[in-house]
Ligand binder design. Structure first.
Ligand SMILES: NC(=O)c1ccc[n+]([C@@H]2O[C@H](COP(=O)([O-])OP(=O)(O)OC[C@H]3O[C@@H](n4cnc5c(N)ncnc54)[C@H](O)[C@@H]3O)[C@@H](O)[C@H]2O)c1
Length: 351
């Protein structure tokens, strides 16, 4: 396949209305883990394109996180508010099961722990279940923890000390990940300024931390003086206009796909901004989900997620040594592990 993917599966069950695409980018390091996105795609082509891009990103994320997992992703075409039924989710679960463990699914945009509980009634390969069903629950807790570790590493690299104490951090989007991150930052002694399109989300954060400052919108936030910018809303946060005005010395946030285009990382480097690659620092969630395979233990998963600090330091050092952006250095390290550790499967073992 020209895109480099191992396998792409189209799933259809007219009775329940299920139309889904499961993309497996790589199983070099293990089963391909990635969530299921439930989204009203305008066309089947758009759904396939999303599944291909997201599954590749998962392979890089899982590799750099040091997990024994390849990368995959699934998309269900439909409106999660109106099209999600027990029959549809269970039909989807049967297709996941049919892949025999080559693909492991979990939550993503439009799917929640309770949905994965339903999917899991048809397959052994559904993770991200709720705690009552032996699952890891809300993965945003360790996602935010990992972002905080990445930010501490960036502070160490840039300012020589792994703390945000005395710094101002601007958080764009205070939903699940952003609000947990604010808690960590306040506990570390940082000043925090936030924005969110949802006033209730801002109110919840300010009810917990009255010192948190709020501004009207992201355009205002990126012009407000701050040391660290943390995009925690949607993708594409770092477009050319934002990069041009950003006062931050460090960018480190939880959102996926922050760079608006391939040249953005270089633009940030040109302005002297240290960029902590998104898929590196937001891997705490997948680390939390992966732990479910071993019988979920929060302390164990949290201890694994602390490794994001060390990996981030390695990425920053490699980027400096090679004269490239941390985004390029992260990709190289992820590819190197897929290749060197993935190759071990060619050593034949006795059956
Ligand atoms: N939840 C996880 O475990 C996890 C793991 C990895 C990556 N991520 C990524 O982190 C990001 C946040 O995820 P989440 O789980 O916190 O989602 P969420 O929906 O709980 O929070 C997102 C917040 O961003 C706000 N928002 C949306 N558009 C905005 C805009 N233009 N300006 C300001 N605020 C805006 C929303 O109102 C919401 O409060 C997403 O990009 C997600 O893909 C999440």
């Amino acid at each position: 396949m020209g895109s480099g993917h191992e396998q792409v599966v189209f799933c259809s069950d007219p009775g329940s209305g299920l139309r889904a695409v499961i993309a497996v980018y790589s199983t070099a390091l293990g089963p391909a883990l990635g969530g299921t996105r439930f989204f009203p795609y305008a066309s089947e082509e758009a759904a396939v394109a999303d599944a291909l891009a997201l599954s590749k990103a998962m392979a890089y994320k899982n590799s750099l996180a040091g997990l024994d997992l390849g990368g995959g992703k699934a998309v269900i075409i439909g409106d999660p508010h109106t099209d999600k039924t027990e029959a549809l989710l269970r039909a989807y679960g049967r297709f996941v099961e049919s892949l025999g463990g080559r693909y492991l699914t979990a939550c993503d945009v439009g799917t929640y722990n309770a949905d994965l509980d339903v999917v899991a009634r048809e397959t052994r390969f559904a993770h991200g279940r709720s705690e009552a069903f032996g699952g890891c629950g809300d993965s945003s807790v360790l996602t935010a923890f990992g972002v905080f570790q990445g930010m501490r590493a960036a502070a160490q690299h840039r300012w020589g000390s792994p703390t945000l104490a005395g710094r101002t951090v601007a958080v764009a989007g205070v939903g699940k990940v952003g609000s947990w991150l604010v808690d960590r930052l306040i506990a570390d002694g940082a000043s925090v300024v936030v924005t969110d399109v949802d006033p209730a989300a801002v109110a919840r954060v300010r009810a917990r931390h009255s010192a948190v400052q709020a501004v009207a919108d992201t355009a205002t936030l990126v012009r407000t003086p701050h040391d660290v910018y943390a995009p925690c809303a949607l993708g594409g946060a770092l477009d050319d206009e934002t990069v041009a005005v950003l006062p931050a010395e460090i960018v480190c946030g939880g959102a996926n796909n922050q760079l608006a285009h391939e040249g953005t990382a270089e633009l940030l480097r040109g302005r002297g901004v240290l960029y902590a690659p998104d898929y590196l620092v937001n891997a705490g969630g997948v680390i939390q989900v992966e732990d479910e395979r071993h019988g979920f233990s929060f302390p164990r998963a949290e201890s694994k997620a602390t490794s994001i600090f060390d990996v981030a330091l390695r990425v920053f050092a490699a980027a400096d040594a090679e004269g490239v952006s941390p985004a390029v250095a992260a990709d190289r390290l992820a590819e190197e592990r897929m290749s060197s550790v993935g190759r071990l499967a060619t050593i034949r073992l006795p059956r």
